[in-house]
Design a protein around this ligand. Structure first.
Ligand code: MN
Length: 356
């Protein structure tokens, strides 16, 4: 399946008219659904309705943080069945961490994601009912993220969350990981995740979760082939599979967009692209959290910060790019490129216009 996907890349290079790019959904399936409707990709019954030259690109980190990881993945798999290769889903470092947990003997399970699959496996549900800490199974995390960002300007896991996780014995976490593996194998999620690419190309545009690795020699198709080969071989220490901040990792690289225009140009050229959209680093451009942004008309941040309640997407139509948000039930467009200077905090809210 993976091979077929990669083969499609070249043939459809110029076939797009409109690309909707969504960043880190992080378990917020209701917000994701609102965005899909806002982008008019779904009809009233929630079925894919976009024309044959419209693509949806999801830039990884679909899971964790919010409580509906499974809902997000079910929705994406359903959309791929309906729209085939016009729905492109990339792996993020959170999916990679999950695969590493499930396929190695790591015990670092994420409890929101474990809870999300509880109804697929009776033993998993029983284990959680017997042992889980109540706050881990609710929307508490999302509330905490919002509170944390507003009061401190940064987001970290709360101490009481970490303490609650630490109170759960490792043997329980290992059992949960084993049962989650079984549940994901049963509903097909595991093989679906293993078949996802880490990057995609449409015309001059490249898409990544973290960004283009700085030292890979080859194009995007070669990157996907090499990544998948290392993943299938469980080479968890390979630089391409680093889930944290390695510059060699397409899911985890950070800071590359601060390297200056010439260096970024050279990096993009080495992959055969001129423009790039990515997620993963919500403060990557101008340090602005919770807003979509661009630099030099070449580097576009697709992470609107769903886990903070900011629902948005990049809309690419030929040479133009908009940031589109759902704000208090309204659809608000911001011209992102061209003809827009770098966004400043003060001008963010009302430079847009409403949808019809
Ligand atoms: Mn990430």
């Amino acid at each position: 399946m993976a091979t077929g996907f990669f083969d499609l890349q070249a043939s459809r290079a110029e076939a797009y008219e409109r690309i909707v790019v969504v960043g880190d959904i992080h378990g917020c399936s209701a917000g994701f659904l609102r965005v899909l409707r806002l982008a008019e990709l779904l009809d009233e019954r929630g079925r894919w309705q976009a024309g044959s030259h419209t693509y949806l690109v999801v830039c990884g980190d679909m899971i964790d943080e919010g409580s509906e990881s499974r809902g997000v993945i079910s929705l994406l798999r359903s959309l791929q069945q309906q729209a085939k290769d016009r729905v492109i889903v990339l792996l993020g470092n959170h999916e990679l961490l999950l695969l590493r947990t499930l396929l190695s003997d790591s015990d670092a399970v994420n409890w929101e994601t474990v809870h999300s699959w509880a109804d697929v496996d009776e033993d998993l549900k029983a284990l959680l009912d017997d042992n889980a800490v109540p706050m881990l199974r609710t929307a508490t995390m999302q509330q905490w993220f919002q509170h944390s960002l507003i009061t401190t300007g940064r987001v970290d896991y709360p101490n009481d969350y970490l303490a609650a996780c630490a109170r759960i014995p490792q043997s329980i976490a290992k059992t949960a990981a084993h049962l989650l593996h079984r549940a994901m194998a049963k509903d097909g999620t595991l093989s679906w995740l293993l078949g996802l690419p880490v990057a995609a190309q449409l015309g001059d545009w490249g898409f990544f979760h973290g960004g283009p690795p700085s030292d890979f020699s080859g194009d995007i198709a070669a990157l996907n082939r090499e990544f998948t080969a290392q993943l299938m071989a469980h080479q968890w220490n390979h630089p391409l599979l680093d889930p944290y901040a390695g510059r060699s990792s397409p899911t985890a690289t950070r800071g590359w967009s601060n390297d200056g225009e010439e260096n970024v140009d050279a990096l993009l050229r080495s992959y055969g692209i001129n423009q790039v959209a990515f997620g993963h680093a919500p403060g990557a451009i101008n340090g602005i959290f919770g807003r979509l942004a661009q630099r030099w008309g070449k580097v576009f941040k697709a992470d609107s910060y769903f886990s903070l309640g900011v629902e948005g997407f990049l809309e690419i139509i030929v040479g133009k790019v908009w940031a589109v948000y759902s704000e208090e039930g309204r659809c608000v467009y911001h011209k992102l490129y061209p003809d827009h200077p770098p966004l400043r905090q003060a001008e963010l809210l009302w430079d847009g216009e409403r949808c019809k």
